[in-house]
Design a protein around this ligand. Structure first.
Ligand code: GMT
Length: 384
């Protein structure tokens, strides 16, 4: 198949999922065309059968807000016509589904068919879509899509409940490449850990876009309590609006020499396996992709049981779940686990097993391929 993919290309889970999907599809023999304002950050530009098409947005002085959605629609239609695309797959409803709708309608005037699929990722529904000004257009984008998927059962149910769309929503969970995200051998792991921690120190890790929803201040507070009990370091990976507040809290608590802010990192699969535990105390997560990536590396998470996270983490088996803001509980659980090697390794093994048995790319890719085929054949079960 020839597939156009649009996503937010900068740091963020939806862009990661879209990019990894494109890489997997190309590896399976499909032709993939990314269409976005910049190259998705996980694409290196050397992958076979993957092309990137930049969307130029003209900045005419009259435009206080350059119309990206229209420029995107135009580029989608151009790329689809030139490369004879079979379908478009857009990640994140706003504005991508609307641009895809416009591209489809433009091509219909030339008697060309260009169905599009929208994958809902979370904040496009839970935050953006529920902002009253965006609700009608988000619902329109969903209803006009030729197929809609959601990355968790939670997100599907939330969308049905809040938007009452006419279109059926298929759950296709996020995935991880278990051959890329995997535990390191002991010598390699020790060498990697030595860059950040002394022998015998535990490594806690957090990775996000440092938006308020990630509660990065809680991450530092949890770590501060852990560090009182056991020798440990915290690696904070990523960047965003709440980074300086998190730095300030680490400074105020006098633990700045144990908390390392590494900024945005492109080699996540090399850093995650160095951790003992991942901290993800988010306010909201429709899936929690980084948790899955950590699990594939045999690193369990201490997380909040919000949104779609309980679909991934079974409390006490492959990770731990707590209510939002329960800093004390999360710190206590981390200390308990890190002080009990048998319990820790059972949980770490279970985490890797969950990733392998349910969320490996090799298991999820065929679900997308079959969904594409159904949409292309006009299968009415893709509509409600
Ligand atoms: O969380 C965000 O800031 C936005 C969004 C994104 O584009 O990264 O994240 C959502 O999509 C991810 C990939 O499917 C999910 O793993 C995240 O849980 C989801 N975030 C929220 O629901 C808050």
């Amino acid at each position: 198949m020839k597939i156009g993919i649009t996503c937010y290309p900068t740091y963020g889970g939806s862009g990661v999922v879209a990019t990894e999907l494109g890489i997997e599809l190309a590896a399976a023999g499909h032709q993939v065309h990314f269409i976005a304002y910049s190259q998705p950050f996980r694409l290196r530009g050397r992958e076979q059968d993957i092309a990137f098409h930049e969307v130029p947005v003209s900045n005419y002085p009259l435009f206080e807000y350059p119309p990206y959605d229209l420029a995107l629609a135009t580029r989608m239609a151009e790329v689809a016509a030139y490369y004879d695309l079979d379908l478009l797959h857009v990640h994140y409803a706003i504005p991508h589904s609307i641009s895809a709708y416009l591209a489809r309608e433009m091509l219909a005037r030339q008697n060309r068919r260009l169905p599009f699929i929208t994958t809902l990722h979370g904040t496009d529904i839970t935050l953006v879509g529920l902002d009253h000004s965006y609700l009608p257009i988000t619902r329109f984008g969903i209803d006009e899509s030729d197929g809609v998927t959601a990355i968790s059962g939670y997100l599907r149910d939330k969308t049905l409940q809040e938007f009452q769309p006419k279109r059926a929503i298929e759950v296709i969970p996020n995935f991880v490449n278990c051959d890329v995200y995997l535990p390191l051998g002991e010598p390699e792991r020790e060498a990697g850990r030595a860059r950040y921690a002394a022998p015998g120190e535990k490594i806690l890790m957090h990775l996000s876009n440092f938006r308020p929803v990630k509660r990065t201040a809680d991450v530092v507070r949890i770590f501060s309590r852990i560090a009182r009990e056991i020798p440990a370091r915290l690696l904070m990976i990523g960047d965003g609006p709440d980074r300086s507040a998190a730095e300030w809290i680490a400074h105020r608590k006098g633990i700045q020499d144990r908390v390392h802010f590494l900024g945005k990192q492109s080699n996540v699969s090399e850093i995650l396996p160095l951790a003992d535990l991942l901290l993800m105390p988010s306010e909201q997560e429709s899936f929690g992709l980084v948790t899955l990536e950590a699990m594939a590396c045999q690193v369990p998470s201490i997380a909040t049981g919000v949104g779609g996270v309980p679909e991934l983490i079974e409390d006490g088996v492959n990770g731990r779940l707590f209510p939002v803001g329960d800093v004390e509980g999360m710190a206590g659980a981390a200390v308990e686990l890190l002080s009990d090697p048998d319990r820790y390794s059972a949980m770490a093994d279970a985490a890797r097993r969950t990733a392998q048995s349910r969320y490996c790319a090799s298991k999820i890719l065929p679900l997308y391929e079959r969904f594409y085929e159904r949409v292309l054949s006009g299968d009415p079960t893709t509509a409600s």
